[in-house]
Design a binder for this molecule. Sequence first.
Ligand code: F6R
Length: 250
Amino acid sequence: MKIFSAPDYTAMSRKAANLISAQVILKPDSVLGLATGSTPLGVYSQLIDWYEKGDVDFTKVRSVNLDEYCGLAPEHEQSYHYYMKENFFKHINIQMVNTHVPDGLAKDVTAEGHRYDKLIDSLGGIDLQLLGIGNTGHIGFNEPSESFIKETHRVTLKQKTIDANARFFASKEEVPRYAVTMGIGAIMGAKKVLLVANGAGKAEILYESLFGPITPEVPASILQVHPDVTVVGDEAAMAVIREKCPSAID
Ligand code: F6R
């Protein structure tokens, strides 16, 4: 595992965007696993910048997103379909038919999970998976539980996640209670994983995930056994790692 500490959010975003653009330049038809939330916004805006300058071309890229809220239509402003379109896809030359987000409106979420996992397989798996980390230790919406769930599945969001994500909604009551998320299988099957984290609120859980016991109670801890993980955090997110394991930072 490579762990980089960036001085601030802009530098964190730039470093992560750099790794993604290198992936696309080396393999133009890469399958990118994409994340939403606040953390990757700077990564997307940096990639848009480089696209506009002609440095990176997304024509052949395929993408699969990690998750979607159950019950939100793609046009809903808090849906992850909408987020991806507004914050990334509409600004670059990716072909929309090559972009995929789980269907939050699926009546049969188990069938949707099978469809999504087959789709990822049919694309040849994920070349590079971008991840944020939740304050519960979730990756995608794989919340703490008794076992790691491999398949794309429906998840009941933890209260901590609902509280954290309420900032995007008019009220806490409007935050969906369920989501459909890519499982640990597809994430761990990605050839490369790139985890980004910023802010002091992520410092403890980041340390616990990367250096604590591997347990489904801390879903991100499974990344310790992935062969190619890069973590990029800003100073604040790296604070506990810097204090307890300074030599682990590249
Ligand atoms: C988003 C996702 C989540 C977020 C996590 C952190 O697609 O899968 O795991 O990455 O909740 O969210 P932010 O970046 O808003 O702190």
